[in-house]
Design a protein around this ligand. Sequence first.
Ligand code: ADP
Ligand code: ZN
Ligand code: ZN
Length: 734
Amino acid sequence: MAILRVAVAAPVYSIFDYLPPVGCDLSQLHCGVRVRVPFGRGERCGVLLQVASESPLQSNRLKRVLEILDDQALFSAEDIALLRWAADYYRYPPGEVFASALPARLRKGTKDKRGACSGWRLTPPGGAVDPDELNRAPRQAELMKLLSHSPEGMTQQDIVLNCGSCTSVLRKLEQRGWLEQIEIRAGNDAHPVSITEAAPDLNEDQRKAVDKVVAGLAGFGVFLLDGVTGSGKTEVYLELVKKVGAQGGQTLVLVPEIGLTPQLLQRFRRRLQLSISVLHSSLAEGEREQAWQRARLGVSRVVIGTRSSVFVPMPDLRLILVDEEHDLSFKQQDGFRYSARDVAVFRALRCKCPVVLGSATPSLESLKNALDGRYLHLRLPARAGGATPPKIELLDIRSAQLEAGVSPVLMSLLETELGAGNQVLLFLNRRGYAPILTCHDCGWLAQCERCDARMTVHLSDNQLSCHHCGAQYPMRRCCPECGGEALRTLGQGTERLEEMLKMRYPHVGMVRIDRDATRHKGSLERLLKEIKEGKHALLLGTQMLAKGHHFPQVTLVGILDLDQALFGADFRAAERMAQLIVQVAGRAGRAVKPGRVLIQTRHPDHPLLQTLLGSSYADFASESLRERRLALLPPFSFQVLLRAEANQKEAALKFLEECVELGGTMNAAGVESWGPVSAPMEKRAGRYRFQLLLQSDKRSVLQGFLAEWVPRIAILRSARWVRWSVDVDPQEIL
Ligand code: ADP
Ligand code: ZN
Ligand code: ZN
């Protein structure tokens, strides 16, 4: 008898047994195909994990699979093992884990599994045009040149990656009859981009790092590539990808947020003669599916993607790279709360291939693994190409008269740099105009009705908005308490900083980069390109500016307001802040011009700032590790956070209390628990939030406990009235 074991896309913790459909040819059936099954009163999609010969249930109680949706497996045995491990480790329903690893259309059970997406190709008349003759239309020439290298055409996505957003130019070329729009199907466009750039000769440290990884290509190994910003980590990646590509292997490159790293993508495109798939959240569904299929079919040799790409099937995977491995965005913060970095390490172990974790500011977790000898520590201590590291200084602003957050000292330094024709970067990690709106007469504060939080003033669209639940109201003209009109804003966000600077320096090119200013697709790329071209002398923005970009002309970086991060509630606050400072600082003086970094603070004696200044990130990290060891905090212990939220406080609390009680009846030796306590922001989006923290010094002990506990709390009566979630290895205690 054949029993089909299926991960059904539903919020339940088990795998379900079914009988094969009537007339199903079992010899043609592969694990890893999608199936349609009856479930409850309806139907669901699922993935076939296993064909077994018996079931704990009697066969007359088993239902039949309704339909097999694929001829060929979408997931290999390796993929299935990885996803099952992830479902187990993060305690998330397996069917939903599998569903989340599929592109949306396939997830819904659509049968045709080959995605198509839109692209462009030269027409015969277009093929006869010499791009060099188009010197009056450089953008058109650029596109014509690009497409002349790909006679079969290129996806719109690939074109944009090479040339930036260019839809209107494409349309113009179409009108001239030189280009036509086509559909490109998965697997059709295996042609790499042919614009190439020469690679620099690697320096000795880079060479050593490459050699070490290459020597380990035959098996599993974790390498921590610990290199200061600008030390040439990306060059190391490129060299490794080339090596692996030459051996016929695929490489997976995980990056924090692709929208933020168009430059990295372009560099990969131009330097590698390999077909690349790109996967990230702002792709259209068709493009996404196509990229996924190309990776799965082995057509693309390199997959560059954000977090969820860690699950993309890749038959010839031989190397995984995780860039900026410390970055918080690798951890999914809702639903299936996996860490893509940690999954990458497990995936490499299963695939018996190396994984390289790269960062200028490695996480304490990874550093500890390196110290323990589990990861091989590769160091790139100096900037490549001879650039000098920036000088970091503190600016005591305790008695300074600030103007939109900028002190007079910083202002005059800024003027000097602008006068010398250099670029200046001002970093303020708060978007909007001002974080507080208050009434001068009665002291009223604009508070979100649904959160324990203040509303942020956004003047550009004249709104009050809550950055926690997304609530928005029109800007108030008078006080709702006393009716007075003396409303004042307090503090500053990037909008206000921009306003002040524009007033002071009306003739200076200025650009603001934050989530509001880059909301439209392609706008970030455009702004970054303008910066690179030297259009703007003053760059201001939030942490979006801190990540991965190259601004060679920047000689001065001002960090305006980090003081609140010095006293964060989360024990990781110091680590995050140190990483941010070092990353922002890394934007300065990356080329020949030396850079200077000024941190404005009211706490110049704070030990964290002093360690960072007096020494290096490495010293800061070893000091923090020492503190964590004494306090028995991660990475010297392992944590799990059980969160619960409900419209009524009592409901959330009651659920968590019952969970504690249940745990008490189980074997919980070696697992400590704290709580329930209220979350740092107790009320959010109208719900009350509480949490329970579990901790153990052994991962396996905690995992053993969860395996039994989670399925049991899932069926508690009190669970029905709350939204709850299990967060294994939580990164933020929000
Ligand atoms: P990271 O990824 O560590 O920030 P990059 O790989 O982006 O560093 O390198 C920083 C800059 O130095 C880039 O402009 C790069 O082209 C240049 N560079 C990197 N390696 C070398 C090298 N071996 N010789 C000359 N220039 C290099
Ligand atoms: Zn008032
Ligand atoms: Zn809110």
